[in-house]
Design a protein around this ligand. Structure first.
Ligand code: TPP
Length: 526
């Protein structure tokens, strides 16, 4: 087979991209025909779910991941999910089928007009090849653009008439290409910072998602140990960059300028690694920093460095930056701060669990190497105060706060890490944005344990409503949802828990299934 299609599959093989996520239409069928048997196609029933599953897969595997969408309508459905993928620096290669070239001009049905414009500004690179012979090179570029620093989604619109065209000899070079990234920071660049940190009276580390993405968690531990410094997770956390049972671990920084300032008080040198300074959310103005505090900022993302309103930035690989600082520091290790005391738990009322108690129990029941996907927005503190996470890839939360990530991403994470069990802790509001992922979990035998926290309300919005003086807003409650019935409709076994005993029983039942998902609807307090 000397078609562009066969060549493109060969190229995808070269990059290990043999699992793809999609939802097809007529424009995409010519790409999917003769689908090779060593490839796996994961069907999502709606494109937001397709993108969410692919995002989870790409984040957990760290590998470029192919998404195949249906023209403009499919792309549009996926764009909410693309906000998360863009901010989580997820290496997604998003393709969309285009009408046949000869029908694009007359705007036949399913023509994706100005296709390359459509997903902007939520992709790093967007392109429609000018002729069929450029499709393989464009695919190669899309893969490299997605994975090179700073990683992120790319978009390729491909007219379906291109797939049956013939390859030529020049394309073979693509199969031989390599693209590598040069060495990390020069030791001289780190020496000054190492001295500043070593001489600091009260240094502080703030770590972000790039640390986890680059598996630099243990480098961060070494740095914290050497400095004896407390460690916070950077605000609007989307991953867990540091073991939460380490004595230096403090928790997640709050999301406003004023509150972050308060948390930084007393620290003279603050090293922020792998996160923007800072990703705020709530609008409580104030001074960014305590007087005299110095912020050293390591990020792999030049735009984060450029955008920051304060700090001294070094744009480099976060892993190499942290490891280089450990080497340059040459400290034998200082006393670590006292661990944060455990929060007191209070008894559950009849018929529902406090989120803290639920997470406490979950932490006891789940295997040590469990990976959590979380999308229950009002329970952030409850979760981080109770759950222990010690390995990379243990936590994923929508990086742009776009709901509809959690349920599908859990399926993708579980597909990427079959050796670890994924628990998805999802709010009863959030679950509906990506609910059809239950079907994919059942069909592809993906054993995610979905825990739906049913509090009957958009809890996080209630908090914002009081902050913004909008308590009387309509549309803040979600009563009368039966997730067990919904789950059964999509082919997923389910049970409802109103107390700890039933939850424990159901969780053990779920853990006993190795190739089937399970959903637990648990009534929670708000
Ligand atoms: N639509 C999308 C796509 N994303 C959003 N973030 C919102 C709407 C606004 N939003 C933020 S939090 C939230 C909503 C609707 C409530 C989520 O409720 P739930 O999942 O039940 O979690 P809880 O806050 O109750 O813990």
């Amino acid at each position: 087979d000397t078609s562009i299609r066969a060549f493109t599959y060969e190229l995808l093989r070269k990059y290990g991209m043999t699992t793809m996520f999609g939802n097809p239409g007529s424009n995409e069928l010519p790409f999917l025909k003769n689908f090779p048997s060593d490839f796996r196609y994961i069907l999502g029933l709606q494109e937001g779910v397709v993108m969410g599953m692919a995002d989870g897969y790409a984040l957990a595997s760290g590998q470029p991941t192919l998404v195949n969408l249906h023209a403009a309508a499919g792309t549009g459905n996926a764009m909410g999910a693309l906000t998360n993928a863009y901010y989580s620096q997820s290496p997604l290669v998003v393709t969309a089928g285009q009408q046949a070239r000869n029908l694009m001009g007359v705007e036949a049905m399913l023509t994706n007009v100005d296709a390359a414009q459509l997903p902007l500004p939520l992709v790093k690179w967007s392109f429609e090849p000018a002729e069929a012979s450029d499709v393989p090179r464009a695919m190669s570029q899309a893969i490299h653009e997605a994975t090179l620093p700073t990683p992120g989604p790319t978009y390729l619109s491909i007219p379906y008439s291109d797939w049956d065209e013939e390859t030529d000899a020049n394309m073979d070079h693509l199969l031989q290409r390599t693209v590598e990234v040069g060495a990390g920071p020069h030791p001289d660049q780190l020496k000054d910072w190492a001295d500043v940190l070593a001489q600091a009276d009260n240094p502080l580390l703030v770590l972000g998602p790039e640390v986890d993405a680059q598996r630099a968690n243990s480098d961060a531990v070494e740095l914290a140990n050497a400095l004896g410094a407390p460690v916070w997770v950077a605000p609007s956390e989307s991953r867990c960059p540091f073991p939460t049972n380490h004595p230096a671990f403090r928790g997640v920084l709050p999301i406003s300028i004023r509150e972050i300032h308060e948390h930084l008080e007393g620290h003279d040198v603050i090293l922020v690694a792998g996160a923007p300074v800072f990703r705020y959310h709530k609008n409580l103005p104030g001074d960014y920093l305590p007087a005299g505090a110095r912020v050293l900022h390591i990020t792999g993302d030049p735009r984060q460095a450029a955008r920051a309103p304060f700090g001294e930035a070094l744009v480099t690989s976060v892993k190499q930056g942290l490891a280089g600082l450990v080497d340059a520091l040459n400290l034998s290790g200082r006393a670590l701060p006292e661990p944060v005391p455990q929060t007191e738990l209070s008894p559950d009322p009849p018929g529902a669990m406090h989120p803290e108690n639920l997470f406490h129990l979950l932490n006891r029941l789940a295997p040590d190497n469990v990976s959590y996907v979380k999308e229950a927005t009002a329970t952030k503190e409850a979760f981080w105060s109770q759950i222990h996470m010690t390995q990379p890839n243990s936590y994923f939360f929508p990086a742009a706060g776009g709901l509809g990530f959690g349920l599908p991403a859990a399926v993708g994470v579980q597909l990427a890490m079959p050796e670890r069990r994924v628990v998805a802790a999802i709010g009863d509001g959030s679950a509906n944005y990506g609910i059809t992922a239950l079907w994919s979990a059942a069909q592809y035998q993906v054993p995610v344990i979905f825990v739906i926290l049913k509090n009957g309300t958009y809890g996080a919005l209630r908090g914002f409503a009081s902050l913004l003086g909008a308590e009387d807003s309509p549309g803040l409650d979600v009563p009368d949802l039966d997730f067990c019935a919904i789950a059964k409709g999509y082919g997923v076994e389910a049970g409802a828990a109103h107390n700890a005993e039933t939850f424990e029983y159901l969780f053990q039942q779920a853990m006993a299934q190795n190739n089937r998902p399970f959903l637990i609807e648990v009534s929670t307090t708000f």
